[in-house]
Design a binder for this molecule. Sequence first.
Ligand code: SF4
Ligand code: SF4
Length: 432
Amino acid sequence: MQTNFTGKQINDTETKSSEKIIRKCVHCGMCNATCPTYGITGDELEGPRGRIYLIKDMLENNKPANKKIAKHIDSCLSCYSCMTTCPSGVNYMHLIDHGRNHVEATYKRPLFDRLVRNILSYTLPRPNVFLAISMLTKIVKPFSFLFPSFIKNSLNLMPNKIPSKKIKNKRVYQSDGDKTIARVALLTGCVQRVISPEINESTIRLLNRHNVEVVVLPEIDCCGSLNHHLGKKELAHLSFKKNINFWHEEYLENGLDAIISNTSGCGTTLKDYGFIFRDDKELIKKAKKISELTKDITEFLDENLKLKFKKTDEKKYKIAYHSACSMQHGQKVHEQPMNIIKETGNTVLTIPDGHLCCGSAGTYNILHQKMAKSLLRNKVENIKKVSPDFIATGNIGCISQISSGISIPIIHTVEVIDWFTGGPKPYKLKDL
Ligand code: SF4
Ligand code: SF4
């Protein structure tokens, strides 16, 4: 695509990168075919190609965003399905991130929108604040029918039960065997550790059982992606910088073989730290190292460990694997989780239209409830077509979203692997 940026504009790091990305686009429109929001609306501006034009126009002409532009940029799920489809290798992820920052910096949203976005930005990345809210919503949830639909729908996304923690908080979880073969840091996340502590517990148990020492740095809460995708650049960068410095210090002082993410949305952002700080002389090397070290848990297992599966006559199940967008499109980790589940002896079922988003997408299912519900409805119908005993996925956001629309239990992939290598049966499957 031809561009007309001035030399002065190109001096800006972000604009320089975006210009390169835009020039790669040949406006063929193939990406529209796999874009969930285009698929539902049929509107060119609700597809990647249309959004690329909108961002180009704003950046080239130094135009502030307006209501219409903000609507189309905001309604992008950042699912990156378009990136998997694009034959020209357009890095839409970096472009939409720039677009979101530009919208946030130049457009004043209506008061209600600002309020909701600020509440999400403040509460979700703070585990203690979010825990207090989760407790409150548990009490209020049975009366959700009394609230306006926006609040009712948001309440429905919260789990009915918040399981208590089974493993004490520690900085270092030593490996079970005499010989430690690797030392990794685990990102325990902000929302996940509150509503599903069993996911981190399964991860730690599984790694320790296979002679891997796990470090959980108490200084690190949120990876920063929640604010990053809300276009709140300064807040996101505060988290990014803190995480980079703490993990890098641990890497230098005590050694780290990997940084493990078990929430694929967060993993995608961690792997992008190197790009985000590409022009920061102080942080570039450290940020690149953190990105290099980051692995999704299934990627780490696949590349580094020989898993010891239980040789028992444990009942086997039909498991529908939901490949989160951030996993299959963001990190291109798709086969590994399915292959490992197959190795447990269970059957993996492929969900039709599995490349399409379930509507979770971080805070999307709160901010864009109509679109998120349509996508959820499609996902649920497709899951039902394969009649699984339960569903497995690698992202807490998808677990919350899908469980709000289907009664078939859904658990994290790592819980399946932990269970079939000697861990407990996940509590959500107690009736199976
Ligand atoms: S598929 Fe790629 S090259 Fe074609 S319009 Fe979409 S982003 Fe541009
Ligand atoms: S990231 Fe997803 S929703 Fe956004 S334009 Fe690409 S395919 Fe569409």
